[in-house]
Design a protein around this ligand. Structure first.
Ligand code: SF4
Length: 347
C-alpha cells in the first residue's frame, strides 16, 4: 500500500489516472488530507463511494506510529516510530501568538557537532518525504490551532537529505498541499557549502528562511566544535551565505550556541563581529545559551556573559537576539533530540 505524502500533486494525478480515476480527484483527496486533516478515505464525502473504497485499498495517509507525547508548559514533544522501527522526535512549541513545529529530517545525524546529543550515534538513515510530512500531519491533528511556522531544526541535517526535504517543502508550501507561507518555513543547517549553493539556485528552497549554525569565530575552533568545518571552511561559508540571493529586506540567521569557557568570551564576540561586519546587512544573529545534556561535558554560560556577548555584536550594529530554547525541559531543544527518555523508549 502506498503512502499519499510520498507524492506531489503532479505525481499523484498520474497515479490516480493509473487507477482509473479522474486526475482532479487527487486535488480533492489532498484537500481532505492536508487542509481538513482527515486520514480516513470514507470521510471524504465528495469522492464517489466506490472510489473511496479503492483508495483505501491503494493508499494510506500515515506512515509513522505515535509512541509517546510529553507535554510541558511551552512545548509538546512527540515520539514516533517509523515502519522499520526507528525512533524520531518532533517538537511543537507554543510561541506567544502562534505555534511552531520543529521537524526531524534524518534518523540520527552524520555531522557530528560536539555539543549535540543527536550526533552521538551518527546517521542511521534519511527520512522519506512521507515521514517528514507525517510528523506535521500527526501533530497538527493534536495541536490546539493551526501550526504557523515550520522549522527543520530537529534531528538531522536537512540539506544532507536534500531531495526528500525539498519534496516535503513542496507539499507544505503549495496551495494544493498544506499551504504554509514560504516565509514561515525555515531550514536550519550546519553549513554544507555545496548544498547551500544548490539551494541558492533552487527556486523553491531559496526563498525559505535560512538559519546557519556558525558557533565559532575561528576556523580551528569551529573545526573542534563542528568537524564538518574541515571540509566546509568558515570564510568560504560566510562568502557563500553573503552571495545567497535574498531580497534586501531578508536576512540569514547566524546561529551561535554559547558554551561556557569555550566560545563565549568578549574576544570571541569581537572576532565573530569581524566576520559579519563586511556583510552586515545580510545577517542577523541568534545567540543560544547551550542546553546542558547529561551525556556531554559542556556547560551553559551565565546570562551576564550572554548579554556581554550580545552587547559586543550590537556595538558593531549587528542585529542580535538571544534565544532561550523552549522545549529544553522535554529535551527537545535543538541538538538534544536524542534524549535519555528516548533511549528508554527504544529499549
Ligand atoms: S546540531 Fe544538528 S547538524 Fe549538528 S550533529 Fe546535531 S543534529 Fe546534526
Amino acid at each position: 500500500m502506498e503512502i499519499l505524502a510520498s507524492y506531489n500533486l503532479q505525481e499523484l494525478r498520474v497515479k490516480f489516472q493509473e487507477l482509473g480515476f479522474e486526475p482532479y480527484r487527487a486535488n480533492q483527496v489532498l484537500g481532505w488530507v492536508y487542509r481538513k486533516f482527515k486520514d480516513n478515505f470514507q470521510e471524504m464525502t465528495d469522492i464517489p463511494k466506490e472510489q473511496r473504497t479503492l483508495l483505501s485499498q491503494a493508499f494510506r495517509v500515515h506512515t509513522l506510529k505515535p509512541v509517546e507525547r510529553i507535554e510541558t508548559k511551552d512545548s509538546v514533544k512527540y515520539i514516533f516510530r517509523t515502519e522499520d522501527g526507528s525512533i524520531i522526535e518532533t517538537v511543537l512549541i507554543f510561541e506567544r501568538d502562534h505555534l511552531t513545529l520543529c521537524l526531524s529530517s534524518q534518523v540520527g545525524c552524520a555531522v557530528g557537532c560536539k555539543f549535540c546529543a543527536t550526533a552521538k550515534d551518527g546517521l542511521f538513515r534519511n527520512l522519506t518525504t512521507a515521514e517528514i510530512v507525517d510528523q506535521y500531519l500527526w501533530v497538527q491533528k493534536d495541536a490546539p490551532s493551526r501550526i504557523r511556522n515550520v522549522v527543520f531544526m530537529g534531528m538531522g541535517e536537512p540539506l544532507a537529505n536534500y531531495e526528500a526535504v525539498r519534496k516535503a517543502v513542496e507539499i507544505m508550501v503549495n496551495p494544493w498541499g498544506i499551504g504554509l507561507s514560504k516565509r514561515r518555513v525555515s531550514i536550519s543547517t550546519s553549513g554544507l557549502i555545496s548544498q547551500l549553493k544548490r539551494m541558492a539556485q533552487d527556486p523553491l528552497l531559496r526563498e525559505l528562511n535560512l538559519a546557519v549554525s556558525v558557533n565559532a569565530p575561528y576556523q580551528y575552533l569551529r573545526e573542534l566544535l563542528m568537524p564538518i568545518s574541515k571540509t566546509n571552511n568558515l570564510k568560504e561559508l560566510m562568502q557563500t551565505l553573503a552571495d545567497h540571493p535574498y531580497p534586501p529586506d531578508r536576512r540569514i540567521m547566524l546561529e551561535y550556541v554559547l558554551i561556557k569557557d569555550i566560545n563565549d568570551s568578549e574576544a570571541h564576540a569581537r572576532a565573530f563581529a569581524q566576520l559579519i561586519v563586511p556583510y552586515r546587512n545580510k545577517f542577523k544573529v541568534n545567540l543560544i545559551p547551550y542546553n546542558p545534556d547529561p551525556s556531554i561535558a559542556f556547560e551553559r554560560p551565565s546570562m551576564e556573559r550572554v548579554y556581554a556577548f550580545q552587547e559586543v555584536l550590537r556595538s558593531h550594529h549587528i542585529s542580535t537576539f538571544i534565544r532561550l530554547s523552549k522545549g529544553v525541559d522535554v529535551f527537545g531543544a535543538c541538538g538534544q533530540l536524542r534524549s535519555k527518555r528516548l533511549e528508554l523508549v527504544v529499549k
